[in-house]
Design a binder for this molecule. Sequence first.
Ligand code: SF4
Length: 315
Amino acid sequence: MEKIKLGISTCLLGENVRYDGGHKLDRFLTDTLGQYVEYVPVCPEVECGLGVPRESMHLEGDSDSPRLVTIRTKQDITDRLVKWAQKRVIDMEKEDLCGFIFKSGSPSSGMERVKVYNEKGMPVKKGVGIFARIFMEHFPLLPVEDEGRLHDPELRENFIERIFTLKRWREVLGKKESRGSVVDFHTRHKLLVLSHSPKYYQTMGKLVAKAKDLPLKELCQKYQTLLMESLYLKTSAKKNANVLQHMMGYFKEQLSSDEKQELLEVVDFYREDHIPLIVPITLINHYVRKYDQPYLKQQLYLNPHSLELQLRNHV
Ligand code: SF4
């Protein structure tokens, strides 16, 4: 797989672009995720022409449509940043981004819970940074996160799963699009989708079953929307246990009653939070290889990318 292209707030890469001339280097993003990713850095404040260092700023007014204002001299920067951002997101359409990692809390780059100050100078954490809002409205299906939320193992796993899956999907689209390649992609991702949402699993199954009745473009667009919406939903121990039990059904004939009992116990241990997901997955993978189970062999759920796999140690 080629590297995944992700937009990122420039200061997270260690560039000295912050208002005070500093940076917010995040080692996980540069050293770990960076091995799999090609970053497209974006610093709204510098790119719209404000220098380094510069006066610090914050959001003011209505939290749904706040103004970006410098704190000391009260200059309103909003229109300048909005004008630049509207053009920048159009330029970024060419980049083929699979997601964006924002700097948390920033009045320009924060994706949620950014402080917005009311007329009494009191903050409420309800705002979205000016650039982040325009980006997310322009690319509503792209996975986005901020570096703070990525310290949470479950949010991190979810984000990484979504960017890897979107990249695999883009590779399908990049080759010659055909109904067969959509069906093949869906077949390999079925259990991954099921682990997020049984409802989407059914809806996507129905869409793919009538693939022949739809124009190819429409099929691909509908499929991509459902795929991204489904993976956005959080997985859980209950949903994963459901998938693991579903997979056990493929070995009804081959496993001895002892082996079945052992597998059931391991799934229960996982469901009760005594062991991580990687343990039942490793055991099932062992049986997949031993009995050469063709359907499960191709499931991304069992064979995710190495980075995705490491993360299963934590959920
Ligand atoms: S938070 Fe955004 S605007 Fe601020 S320094 Fe980082 S990239 Fe630039």
